[in-house]
Design a protein around this ligand. Structure first.
Ligand SMILES: Cc1cc2nc3c(=O)[nH]c(=O)nc-3n(C[C@H](O)[C@H](O)[C@H](O)COP(=O)(O)O)c2cc1C
Length: 197
């Protein structure tokens, strides 16, 4: 059986520019022999974290919604591909709420000192981050990168590669940039290969 890669799409547009880069990266991972599964965050039904602190003592969240199934998926995956546009110098609100609900993993790792990820899994878990922005300013990816780095740390997954594309409001259609789509494919492929080696 191939290694497992979960793709997380943060854009509300499931056929937008981010989504097209995401699909190419997932195809690359699949061609590298991985089993790929997509999570489209906008299609999930869940609440933002309510600070119930149920996860202080339990390996899950006290809110019974679509996030419950996400915890097991993220525990089991070998790799992640996260793709999102920049919104208000950070990431889209629903993706941020999705990540906040991983407080379950934070509590386990940093409070109870018992990560939910097995030692064996931890060794080679890695993630590719794909992010696009409308503007072309130097600091545009800082907020998004900080959040994704924190998320990957919480779930014991190394931030191993990134594809950051700015100036999308000028470029408009990613199909006019086949080299960038090819780069997304290659990065997905390399991630897939690196998990098997
Ligand atoms: C609500 C909202 C906020 C945005 N905020 C920013 C921003 O702060 N900086 C930036 O560079 N682009 C910003 N953008 C532009 C998007 O990053 C850009 O349009 C991107 O190409 C959208 O990708 P998508 O079509 O794949 O979702 C924003 C777009 C929206 C809809």
């Amino acid at each position: 059986m191939g290694k497992k890669i979960i793709g997380i799409l943060g854009s509300p547009l499931t056929e937008g520019n981010t989504a097209q880069l995401f699909e190419r990266a997932l195809k690359g991972a699949e061609d590298a022999g991985c089993d790929v599964e997509k999570i489209v965050v906008v299609n999930l039904d869940f609440q933002a974290c309510q600070e119930m602190m149920f996860c202080r003592e339990h390996e899950t969240c006290g809110i019974d919604d679509d996030m419950q199934a996400m915890y097991q998926k993220i525990r089991e995956t070998d790799g992640l591909i996260i793709a999102t546009p920049v919104m208000t110098m950070g990431i889209p609100g629903k993706l941020k709420s999705f990540i906040d609900r991983f407080q379950v993993f934070f509590m386990a790792k940093y409070m109870r000192k018992k990560s939910l990820i097995t030692e064996e899994k931890k060794k080679n878990r890695r993630g590719l981050f794909i992010c696009i922005s409308g503007m072309n300013v130097p600091e545009v990816f800082i907020g998004a990168k900080l959040t994704i780095n924190a998320f990957l740390d919480i779930i014991d997954c190394r931030y191993s590669d990134e594809l950051l594309i700015n100036d999308m409001d000028r470029i408009r259609d990613i199909q006019t940039q086949p080299d960038l789509l090819e780069t997304a494919y290659k990065k997905g492929y390399e991630l897939g290969k690196s998990l098997s080696s």
